[in-house]
Design a protein around this ligand. Structure first.
Ligand SMILES: NC(=O)c1ccc[n+]([C@@H]2O[C@H](COP(=O)([O-])OP(=O)(O)OC[C@H]3O[C@@H](n4cnc5c(N)ncnc54)[C@H](OP(=O)(O)O)[C@@H]3O)[C@@H](O)[C@H]2O)c1
Length: 287
């Protein structure tokens, strides 16, 4: 029986990255749909759940992606609302690579050390990757803050994370370099999750920082999100800090993505969201 992956993308053009990773994860065929919303996804889900017998349903799976986390979450909720009894298939949710990227970054940050009680700041943490990184750092017992340029936006994002997951992520309005530096006072961990090619921290700001221990940059597009962090750094020690660059944890991100796709076809009732994907990343980190 062929393993069929239905790639449901909230963007008009479905992601090629996700399509390739679907095949590489073990799907025999990947069907990509763009412009998927909570209102039009129902018929697609019915096609997935009503076509194969109970023992064969694990060979059909759904991936939900797209640029906007909130839209993806709404589609995920609509997909799950269609399931009943044995009429369900496994689902992976990874809008903008948020879950796999954050899972890989935080798995590396916590590899071989405890993050419990550490103060963590996710710079420009209002995007999909930053939101999920904030959640996972909080899951590890860190005290987490996210920054954003506008008070209302960063407040709304942290309220949303806290309401969904019972966390206590703190919003910090930080429109410029001085405010971002102030946000790092007393911090042990900084993770830059700004848009591609946006510099958020200068080298001397972290190199001379009295409390920072762990530094990660999710941005792989020059210039770096954190100046002086090499894209391929993975545990490099510099100025007494441990550095992780976007490509340094990107290899784990891709491996986790593929492993998640493979898991989808093992049973028909998995939902792989932030916590589940992070669990897989923790199992795989350092392997
Ligand atoms: N390493 C990997 O494997 C991997 C995988 C996927 C993504 N990524 C990278 O991870 C990063 C985060 O991705 P994402 O999709 O979550 O990012 P995003 O949504 O594009 O941007 C994140 C935040 O950056 C802030 N921002 C945008 N323009 C800015 C500017 N000019 N100055 C300061 N802040 C600005 C915005 O926050 P405010 O408007 O609230 O300030 C925005 O919410 C990106 O660099 C992406 O390329 C890496």
């Amino acid at each position: 029986m062929k393993k069929l992956l239905y790639q449901l993308d909230t963007d008009p053009l479905p992601s090629v990255f996700v399509n390739v990773a679907g095949f590489d994860g073990g799907a025999d065929h990947v069907s990509a749909y763009g412009g998927v919303t909570m209102d039009n996804v129902g018929a697609l889900v019915e096609g997935a759940i009503f076509t194969r017998g109970p023992k064969d349903k694990r060979n059909t799976a759904i991936f939900i992606g797209g640029a906007r986390l909130s839209e993806g979450q709404a589609v995920l909720a609509a997909v799950r609302a269609k399931f009943f009894g044995k009429f369900r298939v496994s689902v992976m949710f990874d809008s903008n690579g948020a879950n796999t990227t954050a899972a890989a970054a935080v798995a590396w940050l916590g590899h071989g050390r405890s993050l419990h009680g550490k103060r963590a700041v996710v710079l420009a943490g209002t995007g999909p990757v930053g939101q999920r990184a904030a959640l996972l750092l909080a899951r590890e017992g860190a005290e987490v803050a996210i920054t954003g340029r506008r008070r209302a936006a960063v407040q709304a994002v942290s309220d949303s994370i806290n309401a969904q997951f019972g966390t206590d992520v703190r919003p910090i309005e930080a429109p410029g370099p001085a405010e971002r530096m102030a946000a790092l006072e007393g911090a042990h961990i900084v993770l830059a999750a700004g848009a591609a090619g946006i510099g958020l921290l200068e080298a001397q700001q972290w190199q001379t920082h009295p409390t920072l221990e762990l530094i990660a940059d999710a941005n792989a597009t020059p210039p770096a999100g954190i100046e002086g962090v090499g894209a391929s750094d993975r545990g490099l020690v510099s100025h007494g800090k441990i550095l992780y660059g976007a490509l340094g944890f990107g290899a784990l991100k891709l491996a986790v993505h593929r492993a998640c796709i493979a898991r989808l076809f093992e049973q028909n009732d998995l939902v792989l969201d932030a916590d589940e994907i992070y669990g897989i990343a923790k199992d795989m980190v350092g392997m």
